[in-house]
Design a protein around this ligand. Structure first.
Ligand code: NAP
Ligand code: ZN
Ligand code: ZN
Length: 349
């Protein structure tokens, strides 16, 4: 067994603290990765604080993992020791059901093995995430991080990147489309960069007026404050697609009113409580309200390659693991520009 240092939440109410556990030895199809960087996703906070219910403790969060391959099993063909590899939100799935066969492993009928706060496919062994020194993952769920990407800034692509890339592709984001990005945090800023790279005209809708200049620098064409009610009049009926990344409860109806006829709003944020939707907001204009969950492994690789081609990475603030609780508090205030990434070297020793 491989002794692994980490930070874990021990209960929903407690701050994360040092924790040591054991990883399995890599099997024939496994890759052992020494973790270099791990991004901090708002889903880490929701789950560490048990905001969605059913959290498993102790919990080692982290599903935006970049590291160096330290060992490979006999049957591994795509990775060798020393390669840079990535791991996102899943470490395994049944590999045989229809969704798995169709490259939508996140919808595995047997339930994917989530990178943390879940179990391996034996449905017994708990999974522990990337706030840790190393991880053992099936080759099939290990991503190639293209050369040329800054490794720390590439880590958030493994969740924030694929989660925003996938709905933009699903809704055929293309040149000239008017895309609204709601909430400029980790997911939001990736949505801006990716939509702009696909030729869209991007409008950021944010509660934080201070992020206006950044929005334009990230590639948006316009920035509008959602604290100003005039924004909802000015943009009424104008947007083709809205990517909603807000992590807290908010009124979907107000944003649906910004869609043009047959436009779509895609929910990515997961506020813990349900929100009422007025039928009239969908019926008038045949508007569509949809959701999207991360993306499959093949699409994640496609996203990484797209980012390498377009020179896209995340805007990050690198922190030592000892600052993780402070980072969570800052994210709760929308105070992140635009993703915290943990330097895992701070866990050494
Ligand atoms: P984040 O970095 O904390 O960003 C969230 C942004 O939402 C904030 O920066 C803020 O933007 C806005 N916001 C926060 N509270 C708000 C409030 N009360 N009212 C209005 N706006 C508010 O979070 P993230 O990592 O991007 O994650 C966002 C959400 O997506 C989370 O719920 C997370 O669990 C979910 N998620 C979903 C998937 C999926 O597969 N669907 C994958 C990953 C994450 P402004 O300052 O610009 O207003
Ligand atoms: Zn995430
Ligand atoms: Zn499956």
């Amino acid at each position: 067994m491989l002794k692994t240092n980490s930070y874990a939440a021990h209960t929903a109410g407690s701050p994360l603290a040092p924790y040591s556990f054991e990883r399995r030895e890599p099997g024939p199809e496994d890759v052992l990765i020494d973790i270099l960087y791990c991004g901090v996703c708002h889903s880490d906070i929701h789950q560490a604080r048990d905001e969605w219910g059913g959290s498993i403790f102790p919990m080692v969060p982290g599903h935006e993992i970049v590291g160096r391959v330290a060992a490979v099993g006999d049957k591994v063909t795509r990775f060798k020791v020393g390669d840079i590899a990535g791991v996102g939100c899943m470490v395994d799935s049944c590999r045989t059901c229809h969704p798995c066969h169709d490259d939508h492993e996140q919808f595995c009928e047997k339930g994917a093995a989530w990178t943390y706060n879940g179990t391996e496919m034996d449905r017994h062994t708990p999974t522990f995430g990337g706030y840790s020194t190393r991880i053992v993952v099936a080759e099939r769920f290990t991503l190639k991080v293209p050369a040329g990407l800054d490794l720390a800034a590439a880590a958030p692509l493994l969740c924030a990147g694929i989660t925003t890339y996938s709905p933009l592709r699903q809704w055929q984001c293309s040149p000239g489309n008017r895309v609204g990005v709601v909430g400029l945090g980790g997911l939001g800023h990736m949505a801006v960069k990716l939509a702009a790279s696909m030729g869209a005209e991007v409008t950021v809708l944010s509660t934080s007026a201070a992020k206006g200049a950044d929005a334009l620098r990230l590639g948006a064409h316009a920035f509008e404050s959602t604290r100003d009610q005039a924004t909802f009049k000015k943009l009424a009926g104008r947007l083709d697609l809205i990517i909603d990344t807000i992590s807290a409860p908010h009124d979907y109806n107000a944003y649906l009113g910004l869609l043009r006829v047959r436009g779509a709003m895609v929910l990515l944020g997961v506020p813990p409580q349900p929100t009422p939707v007025a039928a009239f907001m969908l019926i008038s204009g045949n508007r569509r309200l949809a959701g999207s969950l991360i993306g499959g492994i093949a699409e994640t690789q496609e996203m990484l390659d797209h980012c390498a081609k377009h020179g896209i990475v995340s805007d990050i603030e690198v922190i030592p693991i000892q600052k993780i609780n402070e980072a969570y508090d800052r994210m709760m205030k929308g105070d992140v520009r635009y993703r915290f990434v943990i330097d895992i070297a701070s866990l050494a020793g």
